[in-house]
Design a protein around this ligand. Structure first.
Ligand code: CU
Ligand code: ZN
Length: 208
């Protein structure tokens, strides 16, 4: 019986140590963008696993129905201050002093996430991954902003003066501040360890 307890405890501990992942979220309010922008709203969830790339789950609506899929520049900007129609968020998050680019380019701002593709019904439901964006460490995006633009990001390939700066993506139609979603990470960790603990206990009880 003692052996059971020790093993269960061990697995609970494993659950605590290794089930850890960081989660962030960014809630877009429909009035966040430049005056006259479509009422874009929803949630963008960020999940950074123990190892590997961050996952960014985008769930937005309110772009307004269109005849075809539209593309909208999508970036992390420097500051979490989203006042003044997202203008207070500053420029693209660029800690390595690079030119603007696309998410799969080596020459890119850390904040360059490319384009969001909006369905004809005006919604986006998509999970993307990114190798540079982090929720901890030197290049953490916690306390910064996600910004969605009116136009397509040319990924630095255009001939406009602002192509190498911001992808010529136009006005800011929606934005949100990225915050650490602590409650959800601790809940997830707790659940993992509980499940592991119970599973071991019952398996061992049956084997006895
Ligand atoms: Cu931007
Ligand atoms: Zn950029």
């Amino acid at each position: 019986m003692e052996r059971h307890l020790v093993l269960t405890l061990l697995l609970v501990l494993i659950g605590f140590c290794c089930g850890k992942k960081l989660e962030g979220k960014c809630v877009v309010d429909k009035t966040s963008g430049k005056e006259g922008s479509p009422p874009v709203e929803g949630t963008i969830s960020l999940m950074q696993p123990d190892s590997g790339d961050i996952q960014i789950k985008v769930s937005l609506k309110g772009f307004g129905p269109t005849a075809a899929i539209t593309k909208h520049g999508f970036h992390v900007h420097m500051y979490g201050n989203i006042s003044n129609g997202c203008m207070a968020a500053g420029t693209h998050y660029n800690p390595f002093n690079k030119d603007h680019g696309g998410p799969s380019d080596t020459e890119r701002h850390v904040g360059d996430l490319g384009n969001l593709e909006v369905s004809v019904d005006g919604t986006v439901e998509k999970t993307l991954t990114d190798p540079l964006i982090k929720l901890s460490g030197d290049t953490s995006v916690i306390g910064k902003a996600l910004v969605i633009h009116a136009n397509e990001d040319d990924l630095g390939t255009g001939t406009f003066p602002d192509s190498k700066l911001s992808g010529h993506a136009g006005p800011r139609i929606a934005c949100c501040e990225i915050v650490l979603d602590k409650e959800s990470s601790s809940k997830a960790t707790r659940l993992t360890s509980q499940i592991l603990g119970y599973l071991t206990f019952f398996t061992l009880a049956l084997m006895w």
